[in-house]
Design a protein around this ligand. Structure first.
Ligand code: FAD
Length: 381
């Protein structure tokens, strides 16, 4: 078993950290207050090649293996405090680019991938509905085939990137009799007749990431825009979730590493009762647990990336990884805040942002409870 990163991966990590620190740290508090997407940062990420990491060079991408992608995203999470920007990028990558790459026809890939890789077009996916969240396949959104097109009707909610997206992968029922096998996926462009963006949703955290509703009223989608065969929606969604649960949380791990380092430094420097607060076991044990969570999170994350790189399925491992890292990120953020005392609670230190942003990770990509259900199902429970 090889635990070392290659020289290329180490250099990529350093390069992403340096890039993020140089280009992605401007005026975050202001953008958060204005709930504004970091367009300049998005363009710079695209110029650096981040949206094209897993995409073959043929479509303008970098053609990186999954472990290298994960290492780069971890570095991005470490260097860039704008978690909303990173979240938007991850959604674009794992719920739009990757499924297009895996399930798209040559024509679909040629049409969309180069612009998505360049960051000229922004993507996402629309599954969740007001009454269909964890139970996503109870969706009401319907797609009816009429001649050479489908007519989509329904509404989607909590859709990352919706207010800024050029195209979304929309899931809709094509055959209500077939349950999971009756859902199909469609590449829907924002200009299609009958497609509109509903309200933006103000979230507690990830304030720089635009999230909103999508409304489909007899939305006309050409048959050539169906992704995969009719009824392949569940397979596409599950494949997508494996990638997202495996890779998106790499950025959380990077953020955890940054918080750990900040907290260690604070525990060494801050003196109370004549000694560094880190000399108190109540403080140092908390930090030891934080470090352990970072280390264990990295091991499971890299294992998922390695499995995906070998072409293996990893539904159980990606559930372990998503659950462990998202819960650990919240716990580490709370511990870091506590160890910083009143300074931690002040917005100036940026630690309360980690608490706000990390809470979302227990909900999106399937809640913590749903991840435990998946794990339990592998134990035949
Ligand atoms: C920041 C953010 C971004 C998102 N982005 C997208 C996106 O881009 N596209 C998209 O389609 N969706 C997106 N979502 C939606 C997300 O996938 C759903 O919020 C999530 O799946 C949970 O659904 P729900 O909110 O309806 O909660 P519910 O399903 O109503 O769940 C409520 C509570 O009940 C629990 N629960 C429900 N069923 C069970 C069960 N069987 N066993 C145990 N507990 C259960 C849940 O764990 C949860 O604690 C996003 C959500 C957030 C917060």
């Amino acid at each position: 078993m090889e635990f070392n990163l290659s020289l290329d991966q180490l250099q990529l990590k350093e390069a992403v950290i340096e890039f993020a620190r140089r280009e992605l740290v401007d005026d975050l508090s202001g953008r958060e207050k204005r709930r504004e997407f970091f367009w300049e940062g998005w363009k710079k990420c695209a110029e650096f090649g981040l949206p094209g990491m897993p995409v073959p060079e043929q479509y303008g991408g970098l053609g990186l293996d999954p472990l290298s992608c994960v290492v780069a995203l971890e570095a991005l999470g470490y260097g860039c405090p704008d978690h909303g920007l990173i979240f938007a990028l991850n959604s674009h990558l794992w719920t739009c680019i990757k499924p297009l790459l895996t399930f798209g026809t040559d024509e679909q890939k040629e049409k969309y991938l180069p612009a998505l890789v360049r960051g000229d077009k922004i993507g996402g996916h629309a599954m969740t509905e007001a009454d269909a969240g964890s139970d996503a396949f109870s969706m009401r959104c319907r797609a009816r085939k009429v001649g050479d097109r489908y007519l989509l009707n329904g509404a989607k909610i909590f859709i990352t990137n919706a207010p800024i997206a050029d195209l979304l992968l929309v899931f809709a029922v094509t055959d209500p009799e077939k349950g999971f096998g009756g859902v199909s996926a469609f590449i829907v462009e924002k200009g299609f007749p009958g497609f509109s963006i509903g309200q933006s949703i103000e979230l507690m955290g990830l304030r720089t990431c635009p999230i909103g509703e999508v409304v489909l009223e007899d939305c006309e989608v050409p048959v050539s825009h169906r992704l995969g065969s009719e009824g392949a929606g569940a397979a596409i969604f599950h494949a997508e979730m494996e990638w997202e649960r495996g890779c998106l949380f790499a950025a959380h791990l990077g953020a955890m590493q940054r918080t750990l380092e900040t907290t260690v430094a604070h525990a060494r420097e801050r003196k109370q009762f004549g000694q560094a607060i880190g000399k108190n076991q109540a403080v140092s044990h908390k930090i030891a647990d934080m470090a352990m969570r970072v280390e264990l999170g990295r091991l499971i994350l890299y294992k998922v990336a390695w499995m995906k790189g070998c072409g293996k399925r990893a539904p159980l491992e990606s559930a372990f990884s998503k659950l462990f890292i998202s819960e650990s990120y919240l716990q580490n953020s709370l511990d870091a805040l506590q160890i910083h005392g009143g300074y931690g609670y002040s917005v100036d230190y940026g630690l309360e942002r980690h608490v706000r942003d990390s809470l979302g990770g227990r909900i999106y990509s399937g809640t913590s409870e749903i991840q435990r259900n998946i794990i339990a199902s592998f134990l035949d429970l």
